[in-house]
Write a protein that binds this ligand. Structure first.
Ligand code: ZN
Length: 230
């Protein structure tokens, strides 16, 4: 046993880590989610399904090459704790771990083939400052660690901070996110294939706004990936 794994085992004894989904103790090699919860995760497997439900949400609105999400987000499901920890509890590292798990599973399907850059959905600088990090950026990092595709956080920026969308109608939400994002250096991504990364996909309005900003200033191809889909 190496010194590092001895130290890890010692810390585990003092501060047992628990699964964010079921609360059970994690064993060595498990990260945030235990093996049982991982195997039972309600995967979408949309990466194997052309014209899937996510792709359909963009039909007639923006050209999307491929779109998928790792798992289904349903109210009351214990898997919501993954997103809760990532967004509100400061566990940015869970984003990297889940990004890595997702990318490993999708790799052989060819989902990442031809993609030049990974672009996480940007937060407004004020929001990023108050949270301390951009959760989608951490998911993007995990994907990048598996695929080797670089993450670009400079080209697309969020210029409008609109936080409270919860009480708005679907139509208002679509309206609300137009002109929220801006491309600052179009030459960086000209003619490239960009993968937009989000944490949870609900109406798709936020990602559509990103895709519109990206495609309008450059001749880019856009694909989409989210950790969860509601
Ligand atoms: Zn568990």
């Amino acid at each position: 046993m190496s010194i590092k794994s001895c130290i890890d085992a010692f810390f585990n004894l003092l501060f047992p880590r628990s699964c964010v989904v079921c609360g059970g103790c994690l064993v060595r090699g498990e990260e945030y989610v235990c093996t049982v919860c991982n195997s039972r995760m309600p995967r979408t497997n949309y990466h194997l399904l052309p014209d899937n439900e996510i792709e359909k949400r963009f039909w007639g609105k923006s050209r999307v090459e491929r779109a998928t999400s790792y798992f289904f987000y349903t109210k009351g499901s214990d898997y919501r704790h993954i997103l809760y920890q990532l967004k509100y509890k400061g566990s940015k590292e869970i984003g990297e771990v889940m990004g890595r798990y997702m990318a490993k599973e999708l790799l052989s399907s060819g989902f990442f083939q031809g993609i030049d850059f990974i672009v996480p959905v940007p937060l407004h600088p004020k929001k990023k400052k108050s949270r301390g990090y951009n959760q989608s950026e951490w998911i993007a990092l995990g994907i990048s660690h598996v695929t080797g595709i670089p993450v670009d956080t400079e080209t697309l920026i969020r210029v409008v901070a609109n936080n409270t969308q919860t009480r708005k109608s679907v139509f208002e939400r679509w309206e609300n996110v137009q002109h929220v994002f801006q491309v600052v250096c179009p030459e960086n991504i000209k003619g490239k294939h960009v993968l937009i990364v989000d944490d949870v996909l609900t109406t798709g309005a936020t990602i559509l706004s990103c895709a519109t900003a990206l495609t309008k200033s450059t001749n880019v191809k856009v694909s989409i990936i989210a950790l969860a889909v509601a």
